[in-house]
Design a protein around this ligand. Structure first.
Ligand SMILES: *Cc1c(COP(=O)(O)O)cnc(C)c1O
Length: 222
């Protein structure tokens, strides 16, 4: 038997300090399941596919903050530009330029995070430190008036080795601290998922993205 979404959510919220924002990761989950979390008070939800998120945005209450946490294809940005609250997965200048262009059409500024590659797996997207530095030093960020870089996001290696996970989170925090003098508007460090968020918070995360511990395991075949 699953415990209820409501109870899972409340248990996690109770364990989080106030400065940590919970993004409830609702990818593959139904409107009903999302509403159960909504009715328990949750307002920030994360999705990894633009079309799925847009369908949910259209159907669900308008005070939900939708975060795009997945890898974004440039040709999909236009579908979420009017409403997305935070894009976690920005990993190229070209993508950032497209977000800026689409945000401008809606006369808004879209908050974004740079995603860094901190895991050992090669499958996880993100910038390395050199690429990130090049982006920050290129001077192009200052020209983009319709995006605001609010922080960094990263995913640790999927492993039982807690020391390794901790090291990867420490690395991301060190990059964040190093960038801060150059980008004083940075305030968000998005790291930690169901399996590793307590370690992430110990290492300085202030935004955790939690799916299965709230909604149960995902079933991709349905
Ligand atoms: C799916 C996903 C999560 C949530 O994963 P859980 O292990 O279910 O908590 C967090 N971040 C990203 C980028 C994801 O794609």
């Amino acid at each position: 038997m699953n415990t209820s979404i409501r109870q899972n959510l409340l248990n996690i919220l109770e364990s989080l300090e106030e400065h940590v924002t919970l993004v409830a990761v609702s990818k593959t989950k139904s409107h009903e399941e999302i509403l159960e979390a909504y009715e328990a008070g949750q307002r920030v939800f994360g999705e990894n596919k633009v079309q799925e998120m847009t369908g949910k945005w259209e159907a669900l209450p308008k005070d939900i903050e939708w975060h795009m946490i997945g890898h974004v294809q440039r040709n999909k940005v236009k579908y979420m530009a009017s409403y997305v609250a935070l894009i976690h997965g920005v990993d190229s200048l070209k993508l950032l330029q497209e977000i800026d262009k689409q945000a401008k059409k809606h006369n808004r500024v879209i908050p974004c995070l740079f995603q860094m590659h901190i895991a050992q797996e090669t499958t996880k997207f993100g910038l390395n430190e050199t690429e990130l530095d090049e982006l920050v030093q290129s001077g192009t960020l200052e020209e983009l008036n319709h995006v605001e870089i609010k922080g960094l996001m990263g995913m640790a290696t999927f492993t039982e080795n807690k020391d390794q996970i901790r090291k990867e989170f420490q690395f991301l925090k060190s990059v964040f601290d190093r960038l801060l003098p150059k980008l004083p508007q940075l305030s968000i460090l998005s790291m930690g998922m169901s399996g590793d968020y307590p370690i992430a918070i110990e290492e300085g995360s202030n935004m955790v993205r939690i799916g299965s511990s709230i909604f149960g395991e995902r079933n991709y075949s349905q």
